[in-house]
Design a binder for this molecule. Sequence first.
Ligand code: FRU
Length: 531
Amino acid sequence: VEVKQLHRTGFHFQPPMHWINDPNGPMYYKGVYHLFYQYNPKGAVWGNIVWAHSVSKDMINWKPLDPAIYPSKPFDINGCWSGSATILPGEKPIILYTGIDPQNRQVQNQAVPANYSDPYLREWVKPDNNPIIVPVGGVNASAFRDPTTAWWSNGHWKFVVGSRRKHRGMAYLYRSRDFVHWVKAQHPLHSSANTGMWECPDFYPVSSSRKSGLETSVLGQNVKHVLKVSLDLTRYEYYTLGTYDPRSDRYVPDNTSADGWSGLRYDYGNFYASKTFFDAGKNRRILWGWANESDTPNNDTSKGWAGIQLIPRTVWLDTSGKQLLQWPIKELETLRGEKVHISNQQIKQGDHFEIRGITAAQADVDVTFRLSSLDTAEQFDPSWVNAQALCGQKGSTVQGGIGPFGLLTLASENLEEYTPVFFRVFKASEGHVVLMCSDARSSSLRRELYRPSFAGFVNVDLADGKLSLRSLIDHSVVESYGAGGKTCITSRVYPTLAVFQDAHLYAFNNGSETVTIENLNVWSMKSAQIS
Ligand code: FRU
């Protein structure tokens, strides 16, 4: 197979070729970050799944190793699917993962390092007590997968496995005193009607007083919990914040956001099967997500690769206590090269101007816009509950009052192609509504691509008249963070003209109100060492 270089990423993780999906078992162990991921060693479509393995000192530059876990025993002979790592007392990592057995049942297994003194933990062994859990007692054997990192509370180790009962999404809870014998709890940790299969659940504490992350077993006064699930039906991820009772082992979401497909999302674009881990080296919680291609499977096969991992994000609780914030890990900044700075530049209605002097196909841009007045904002219609549909209706070229304004990323010189990332501000009965879009409809001249108008609302107070946007642009991905990480949107796009040196970056405004770029910093990004 010849691997096509066009659209391959320079600083987002991807192996030299073939298919990848979920990040698995990320962890920090003795100074080294480990990333495992679902990988097809034989092609650019899903199948033959093993746990590929890479290690890193900074989560940006990677050293590839041989696959760590691959089908070898009856309990995983038909596949080694997603799972998580737990670091047991005495600095002993252990992996929980889903195996596909000879009857194609989904079972839960363990693997441990063959040699704890190997700094890279290259070789993993599967103890003889596997599988540790099989789907019995009414559990659906074809919807029972993706064990979480285990936590310790009330004298037991506990973890959850994603599932469904008819249409009800489930997080089954298992307990053990010794990590060997596991018993299913009578009640799931949580479940929710009409949400379908819960893939890749994640459950962890966040501090309500500090930005630093918490180790997964931490409980206490200033702690809230996050439950995230990947909804197979919508292909988006949703989370709630809530309260965990370690005695009853129940999680109760706060009533500050919906519990289900209309709830909060980590990312309103192409971001799935994510997982967090506690980074004890830097005391933070890191979120890893996978972005699938938006191209056709035939094109994936002909280009020889499919799937990237997004930039790891630090995740913490907003001071409102009502949502999470996310920001690219600071190590990414080591790849920053030439820089261009712009300040106090007005953009009037209908104007766009080019930001020159950087490699626009591989860049990191961070901009703060200032709005002089909010008076001209259009009226918000309360029936507009679906941000993506609203962005489809009010795209980057539809004139408004305040906005649309923002960036035109991966743009061709004459704007035959561009991926706009932008805001639009509405007036509502109470305050303002801010819409953020990353609209792939104009991203490519190729018509057969999936080009959605991804969008989310931004819960931001516009009292100071400022709105910020950071976008990580990398050939076929635009990963954007609105208002300091309140709303994130990732798009996968495949320009035909706006490639390599022919890609451009513009700022634009199609609202009647002038907006000012208070500050804009953009850096050319060097390529990371990945494979
Ligand atoms: C999510 C998922 C998981 C499963 C894995 C298989 O993308 O479907 O539920 O474990 O991928 O590769």
